[in-house]
Design a binder for this molecule. Structure first.
Ligand code: GDP
Ligand code: MN
Length: 379
């Protein structure tokens, strides 16, 4: 789950990382109130989950109430890379001597946490990585050992920050590591991390992705409430389905995340494009298929539907019964192609057989089914 900047800053502040005083605002008048409370000058910042807000005109300095009104009015409703601004964050403006970049994320292949620190912050870090990779100091941290003081110091030295920033940077990086690990984040990024003319080090932006699997041990209801989902994703969320909306024309239902991913690949391989990722999970509950099929069929992009099932603990005939029951309860407008394999596949296929038609086809292999469903989508 991705957080908005203001939530990321709340998250950081709860671990002791210094951020600027400020408040959220959904209207111009609320922005004025937040500015008065934070103290002028202030920065008025668009709250959208996309980078490069500054360049897009979504971050503006305001010295007085008139400027707050002007900028808040302009930024609310602004479209930044397809994200319409509905909320602002207004904070006391900082004086900046230097802008740095700092982040922690997981390096899955190294099985370690990866810390990245650069004296060239404030600009797109992807650009720094391409044009001047040496400017990013990386460290790999064993989660069992954690980040030691000595390691943090060596890392800051390697990044060649201004010596004045050393103490403050070491402190913040250690706090950021704690926030990232104890807070169960997959990503914790500060860009820019600033050095002020008076030698303070301070987080000016916050990008945080939390690990949804850790939700049970945190109070994340407020973050959850503001999650941005399209209507398809919202319906899937309410039905407790693992769904990701995509832009293609083949609707996909598979049991298991790995199978769902390879289904996307094989559809691509056959010249089609997936309209979604959907993992119905284990079990063969007809209700799940009703929900999954309805969400996919309501998507105007979808031209054909691929149900790809590999029976495991849930046996083929149970899944087949679930699908048949579901299809008896709802009308689906797009043609469906089923591939059923794995445990008790023959029994499952026998159950589906009498229901087959032009609208409901069955193919013996995943590749055959992919070819058929792509042909239907492109017809
Ligand atoms: P982003 O463009 O979406 O990454 O938004 P940021 O929060 O990183 O802000 C973009 C840029 O605006 C920063 O790199 C700063 O240069 C500038 N900026 C943001 N807040 C302040 C502030 O308090 N004072 C000053 N002087 N500049 C700021
Ligand atoms: Mn930024």
């Amino acid at each position: 789950m991705d957080l908005f900047e203001y939530q990321g800053k709340q998250f950081f502040a709860s671990f002791g990382i210094p951020v600027s005083a400020g408040g959220v605002a959904d209207t111009v008048e609320e922005a004025v109130a937040a500015a008065e409370a934070a103290g002028y000058p202030v920065v008025v910042k668009a709250q959208v989950q996309v980078g490069g807000r500054g360049k897009a005109g979504g971050v503006k300095l305001a010295n007085n109430v008139d400027e707050v009104r002007l900028h808040a009015g302009n930024i609310l409703g602004l479209d930044i890379k397809g994200h319409v601004v509905k909320r602002l964050w207004v904070e006391h403006a900082s004086d900046i001597a230097e802008e740095y970049y700092a982040s922690f994320t997981l390096d899955r292949s190294a099985k370690k946490h990866l810390g990245m620190l650069s004296a060239e912050g404030g600009v797109e870090i992807e650009q720094v990585a391409v044009e001047n990779a040496d400017a990013i100091a990386k460290i790999w941290i064993d989660p069992v050992d954690g980040l030691s003081d000595a390691q943090a110091r060596g890392w800051v030295a390697a990044a060649k920050l201004n010596p004045e920033a050393t103490e403050g940077a070491v402190d913040i990086l250690k706090l950021l590591y704690t926030a990232y690990t104890e807070g169960d984040a997959d990503l914790a990024e500060i860009d820019p991390l600033i050095l002020t003319p008076t030698g303070q080090v301070h987080a000016l932006d916050a990008k945080v992705t939390l690990d949804n699997n850790a939700e049970y041990r945190h109070e994340w209801d407020e973050y959850e409430a503001t999650q941005e989902r399209d209507s398809r994703e919202q319906a899937a969320y309410e039905a407790d389905l693992q769904y990701v909306g995509l832009e293609g024309s083949v609707g996909i239902i598979a049991n298991g995340a790995g199978l769902a991913m390879s289904t996307l690949d094989v559809v691509n391989q056959c010249g089609g494009t997936a309209a979604n990722f959907l993992d119905v999970g284990g079990g063969a509950d007809a209700k799940k298929f009703v929900n999954a099929l309805s969400i996919i069929d309501n998507d105007p992009r979808v031209k054909s539907i691929f149900i790809n099932i590999f029976g495991g603990i849930t046996r083929g005939e149970e899944v087949a019964n679930g699908i048949v029951t579901a299809l008896g309860q709802i009308d689906i407008s797009s043609p469906i192609v089923i591939r059923l394999d794995g445990t008790n596949a023959d029994e499952g296929r026998a159950i589906l057989e009498p229901h087959l038609s032009d609208r409901l086809r069955m193919e013996p292999t995943m590749l055959d089914a992919a070819r058929a469903v792509v042909e239907l989508a492109n017809a």
